[in-house]
Design a binder for this molecule. Structure first.
Ligand SMILES: C[S@@+](CC[C@H](N)C(=O)[O-])C[C@H]1O[C@@H](n2cnc3c(N)ncnc32)[C@H](O)[C@@H]1O
Length: 226
């Protein structure tokens, strides 16, 4: 099992980039890409301004990230993803929509939260349809774990919010169990409950896939305990 100093990795790097995606990376990485070497990220410098910031972890092909960045030009959006094809797509999408409020880190989000983000600097963290790792022997690879919850809490502003969604009921139950047990977080829906699907949450590829398979969708929202 692929392992980092922080535990088993929540992903396997797979899939090939198309030529267009590789071209987008070559041309647009200097515009939107953020090199991460483990040092703290200076987000004010990277975005060239001070603004409320959203971090989306595992944005996949970036539908949600691009839609939100276009909808909220007053906010900054940091996307963290390891999948090269998705990074290529989102870079091309950001250029096509002429977005200036997006930056992309191609790296393990656990490490980015561990050393890259200052305490209290993030207004919103999004984790939509993370890999469910359905087999019991792989559950340790799930992104939502007690240690990672603590890293998210540390990064969140005191009035910040953590939003999650999944179409895999056992993972939804796991998320609630882990996050309800984190003393610094409050489940907005009440302990062991889910929120109704937010109407303004853009539909993503993996949500559509879940719906095609007949899965119910579970939305969760947590805020730092006052
Ligand atoms: C099932 S896909 C969902 C993509 C997208 N959010 C959606 O709803 O369509 C999960 C994504 O999370 C990414 N991922 C998994 N673990 C990650 C990690 N530790 N850091 C960054 N990205 C990760 C994967 O590469 C994959 O693209």
């Amino acid at each position: 099992m692929e392992q980092s100093p922080l535990g088993p990795r929540s992903y396997v790097v797979r899939g090939r980039k198309t030529e267009a995606q590789q071209r987008a990376i070559d041309e647009l990485w200097p515009v939107y890409g953020v090199e991460f070497d483990g040092s703290p990220l200076d987000l004010d410098t990277l975005f060239g301004r001070v603004a409320e910031r959203t971090v989306e972890i595992g944005f996949g092909n970036g539908e949600n990230l691009l839609t939100l960045a276009e909808r909220h030009p007053e906010r900054d959006f940091l996307g963290v993803e390891v999948h090269g094809a998705g990074v290529g797509r989102v870079l091309a999408g950001a250029r096509d929509r002429e977005l200036t409020n997006i930056r992309i880190v191609r790296h393990d989000a656990v490490e980015v939260f561990h050393t890259g983000l200052a305490a209290g600097g993030i207004a919103e963290v999004l984790i939509f349809f993370p890999d469910p790792w359905p087999k019991a022997r792989h559950h340790r690879r799930r992104l939502v774990q007690p240690e990672f919850a603590k890293l998210i809490v540390r990064a969140l502003a005191s009035d910040g919010v953590l939003r999650l969604a999944t179409d895999w009921e056992p993972y939804a139950e796991h998320m609630v169990e882990v996050l309800d047990a984190e003393p610094a977080l409050v489940n907005v829906a009440g302990a062991a409950h889910y929120i109704p699907r937010p109407e303004d949450r853009p539909v993503t590829k993996f949500e559509r896939r879940g719906e095609r398979l007949g899965h119910a969708i579970f939305d969760l929202e947590y805020r730092p305990r006052p």
